[in-house]
Design a protein around this ligand. Structure first.
Ligand SMILES: [Zn+2]
Ligand SMILES: [Zn+2]
Ligand SMILES: [Zn+2]
Length: 269
């Protein structure tokens, strides 16, 4: 499995769109891995997770290949993960030679928004509702949506993804995982676990995780035998409110065997 992290920021981006705080100014000055767009991942080129407003930017950066996915799975409807107005740009009025119908999978709110926005273009999309703890075959992979601790007014998901015995937990947005989710995961082995680190050093582990929570989750994974020596644990979805630049995050996480995501990071299993 090949996993490309196209973005690594929380909702406002880093530097944040309208912010002039010292951390955003420093990120602009330093550039490189400190410039973070909104999160999304591409797996084996045919499966995309989430569709942020920065998708256009991701295509400009990485080339047409990243817009050729056939399947889009959505975690939840916060705008930094789901921007269906731009998915409409795949319909014949806006795009030529763009390939087949796009399959979009997600919770009841995702389905509702798709039905509203694609009302007159339904032939361009297959909209498939997902239920938590049910395993679906999507693009040659097995996908299981699991409940997240994130958006109380909808069933936010994290995803367990499996292909030929290779496994990835796409574990954000979420605070410390709900017990039922952790129990389900505890029977699995994770080759890659990608987790939410929005809150940095702030004392807040619900809705989003902080550094301490990511470390605690990793410790629990180890205790339950869910990781092996080549497993990778990756923190992502960083906010400028944490005040932590890429090097700061590395010095806080790498000593604990946790990698710090950046835009364009590739993870191979
Ligand atoms: Zn988010
Ligand atoms: Zn800022
Ligand atoms: Zn969110």
């Amino acid at each position: 499995m090949n996993i490309r992290l196209l973005g690594s920021a929380a909702a406002e981006g880093f530097p944040a769109i309208f912010c002039r705080c010292k951390h955003c100014e420093k990120a602009k000055r330093l550039g490189g891995k400190n410039i973070r767009t909104r999160t999304s991942a591409l797996i084996d080129d045919n499966l995309k997770i989430d569709f942020p407003p920065d998708t256009f930017m991701h295509v400009l950066r990485a080339g047409d290949a990243i817009s050729e996915f056939e399947h889009l799975i959505v975690t939840h409807t916060h705008h930094d993960h789901f921007y269906p107005e731009d998915i409409r740009m795949r319909t014949p009025n806006f795009a030529k030679n763009y390939g087949d119908v796009l399959n979009i999978y997600g919770n009841e709110r995702v389905v509702q928004r798709c039905n509203d926005i694609f009302e007159n273009e339904s032939e361009s999309f297959n909209i498939i509702p997902f239920q938590s703890f049910t395993t679906y075959e999507v693009g040659g992979k097995l996908i299981t949506p699991l409940p997240a601790d994130h958006k109380p007014d909808e069933n936010s998901f994290i995803y367990f993804i499996e292909k030929n015995g290779e496994t990835c937990l796409y574990g954000h947005d979420s605070g410390v995982y709900p017990e039922e989710t952790f129990n389900w995961l505890s029977k699995r082995v994770l080759d890659v676990a990608i987790m939410d680190c929005t809150n940095g050093l702030k004392d807040e582990k619900t809705i989003h995780m902080n550094i301490e929570a990511v470390k605690e989750m990793k410790t629990k994974f180890v205790k339950m035998g869910m990781l092996h020596e080549k497993s990778k644990v990756v923190a992502t979805h960083f906010s400028h409110n944490s005040g932590l630049l890429h090097n700061d995050l590395e010095s806080l996480l790498v000593p604990f065997g946790i990698d710090v995501a950046y835009d364009g990071m590739e993870i191979k299993i």
